[in-house]
Ligand binder design. Structure first.
Ligand SMILES: *Cc1c(COP(=O)(O)O)cnc(C)c1O
Length: 424
């Protein structure tokens, strides 16, 4: 099946007389005919559901669809994107280990790694997303156990050179994990370029309607864990009756361990109701992403045309030929990147605030990447405690507006921007 068909059809195929639409299994619990069968489930000898903290039929169907969309062997859905990022690393790293990480990542991920996981004893070295092979090489240590990056970063819109990062990781016998939230599997296929594990905040384009928080981790099945660096996967797990994940589950070892170990112990599971809503979003993901890209390109070109009039000071969108990431974007995201455009309103913090207050169609929200056009001015909201100097230091200029272009008519979005810029 091609990706558009997978969006609609993958993951759930009803048998004769069963519901056509994926049912919501709103049940924590499953019933068995014998305790012997239940025992086999607990020993991972039989396949089936035993408790919704570990697996649920609604969630399972959506996991299978997303694994299919990314071209992976298996997936685990989590309660949020944050949980997915944490699980993806924690599944193979513990206290005393080290991670090489691109510095162009979502702020929430940066805090999770640099504060919470550092406090747990995992060390991180942050490197530029445009690092050369030599620069990356210098960041590795003997205890490095994975490399992490974002295919298209939120909010800087930097494109990761996936092949360079994957080659460096593989040279050191460790996997490359990438967060593919912004392009989605419709616009970027990280596994094709050597990434081993993909994560998402499904809260963004995948759900697409801003109604359900969620995350997912997908394994390509391509990484060979049998090199002595990952004893958690290649030696017996005494808490699971001495099962060795790579021996028993082969290519699905990483995902099975995440479910039986991290889900069992931490329990950041996605609920069946959210999985149902996410699945509705996924059915139209291919249509929406194409429209987001088409609209964002028009908006970015309009904004760029306003630099000459003195209303706009700069525009960042990887689909613009003038953009520093244009070539990388053509390589990794040939059908376009996503719907997010960032730009500076001439006149700095004050003008940007005036612009935001004058918008009529575009809503001022904390969210990004859904069907409705929305925007955020970090300097007066999420980053309001920082001075202009501190803002520049963390790569967010005081005039920066993060504009998430929706799937409305592009001319209506541009008209709204036009009237708001006139008031600045
Ligand atoms: C929003 C976001 C996250 C965190 O996801 P939540 O679902 O909000 O927990 C992680 N990565 C990226 C790129 C994001 O945009």
């Amino acid at each position: 099946m091609r990706i558009e068909t997978k969006c609609v059809q993958s993951g759930y195929s009803p048998k004769n007389g069963e519901a056509r639409v994926l049912p919501i299994y709103q049940s924590t619990t499953y019933k068995y005919d014998s305790s012997e069968f239940m025992g086999d489930l607990f020993d991972l000898k039989a396949d089936g559901f035993f408790y919704t903290r570990l697996a649920n039929p609604t969630v399972d169907a959506v996991e299978k669809k997303i694994a299919d969309l990314e071209g992976g062997v298996a997936a685990v859905m989590t309660s949020s994107g944050q949980a997915a990022s944490m699980y993806s690393v924690l599944n193979i790293c513990h206290s005393g280990d080290h991670v090489v990480c691109s510095s162009a990542i979502y702020g929430g991920t940066y805090n999770l790694f640099n504060k919470t996981m550092r406090e747990m004893g995992i060390d991180f070295t942050f490197v530029s997303p445009n690092s050369t092979a030599d620069e990356l090489e210098a960041a590795f240590k003997t205890n490095t156990r994975c490399v992490f990056g974002e295919t298209l970063s939120n909010p800087a819109l930097d494109v990761l050179d996936i092949e360079v990062f994957a080659n460096a990781a593989h040279k050191h016998g460790v996997p490359l994990i990438v967060d593919n939230t912004f392009p989605t599997p419709i616009n970027c296929n990280p596994f094709k370029f050597g990434a081993d594990i993909v994560t998402h905040s499904t809260t963004k384009y995948m759900d697409g309607h801003a109604c359900a928080l969620g995350g997912v981790v997908i394994d390509s099945g391509n990484f060979d864990w049998n090199n002595g660096l990952f004893p958690g996967l290649t030696t017996p797990d005494e808490t699971y009756h001495g099962i060795t994940y790579t021996e028993k589950f082969g290519k699905a070892a990483y995902i099975v361990k995440m479910r039986t170990h991290l889900m069992r112990d931490i329990g950041a599971m996605q609920g069946p109701q959210n999985a149902f809503l996410l699945n509705l979003g996924l059915e139209t993901l291919h249509l929406r992403m194409a429209r987001h890209v088409e609209n964002a390109q028009k908006v970015a070109e309009y904004l760029e045309s306003q630099i000459a009039t003195g209303k706009v000071s700069w525009v960042n969108y990887p689909g613009l030929k003038s953009n520093k990431n244009y070539e990388l974007c053509q390589k990794y995201m040939p059908n376009g990147s996503c719907g997010v455009v960032s730009f500076g309103v001439a006149g700095g913090r004050e003008a940007a605030t005036k612009f935001m207050d004058s918008l009529k169609l575009a809503a001022v929200v904390t969210h990004v990447a859904d069907a409705r056009t929305c925007c955020l001015h970090p300097a007066s909201t999420t980053h309001r405690q920082l001075t202009d100097k501190q803002l520049e230091d963390c790569g967010v200029s005081p005039d920066l507006v993060r504009f998430s272009v929706g799937i409305e008519n592009a001319d209506d979005i541009i008209d709204d921007i036009k009237q708001a810029l006139e008031k600045c």
